[in-house]
Design a protein around this ligand. Sequence first.
Ligand SMILES: [Ca+2]
Length: 362
Amino acid sequence: MLIFSLTFCSKDKDKSTDNDPSNLTLEIMSANPETGIVIIQSTAVNTIQYQLFASGSSEADLINETGFFEYTYNSPGTYTVEVRAIGSNGKYIKKSKQVVLADNSGVPLDMGYTTPLQYDGYQLVWNDEFTGSSINTSNWTFDIGNGCPGICGWGNNELEYYRSENAWIKDDYLTIEARSEVYSGYAYTSAKMHTKNKFSFQYGRLDIRALLPKGQGIWPALWMLGDNINSIGWPSSGEIDVMELIGGGNGKDNVVHGTIHYNNNGHAYHGGAYTLTSGIYAQSYHVFSLIWDEQYLRWYMDDQLFYEAAITASFMTEFHQKYWIILNVAVGGYWPGNPDQSTVFPQQMCIDYVRVFQKESK
Ligand SMILES: [Ca+2]
């Protein structure tokens, strides 16, 4: 009796397998960060109904017989979309995929301040307008990793692992994206690129037009280091921070900092900040400029001077030599602190151009 019963059950199960749903596919056809609309197409065999779980709720958000879904998210973020294909026998199979709606990628390139390609008395000596389809490796080198083993956390206890995959060019601008994703033992990835051994300059005007990311623990930076860092070391080689933002709500997402670091019987630094009168730097493009001559370094936000540093002192020789340019978005670290529940990922820094002008020789 026992044997018979087991055989019966097994046979019954085999029979129903023919009607089980199978071969489920799930494609994210589009995900528009501006509108929050995500288009999903699913197909499966032996299926009478498709159910979409997009919000994380235990109940289906949408149900139909076509497998074609349009779902709208109300805020940016990284979401998991799950589709279940229900068979006529009541059994179901499921598949899920991640959808990323970046925070500020909906801001158009022509929104915000812009600067000209020429200035009286200056000539354009180097620029990258980030056109075309790939990052110009004649201009830029990627730093990869977290700085280990030499300088873990890049000297700042930063949490990200830098990858070249987190930077790309599309629609005439460069994007550097900080993601919450586990990679090589780190909880976040981002990108850092620089012109070391490819381009450096001494004195002139630097313009960088950028849309900045935001949020607790997010630390975008447009900055420069002295050419002689490998021979004499930091801070004697100098550092010029053209723009740094320490994200994290009101009073932070609307403030940029300009700073110099140098050696004066040890590490010395000073700088200034510019606070927007309304809104935050993630809402439109701004131009961050440095004008550098034999006497001064001057920092501008949208052509408004907000800090100047005299560099004629005898202990400031580091500011009378060539510097190379660095673009990155750090995550966490001593200055910004770590991301928290309020931080939305991914975060993007979008850069329209980097231009260096120098005075015309007379
Ligand atoms: Ca551009």
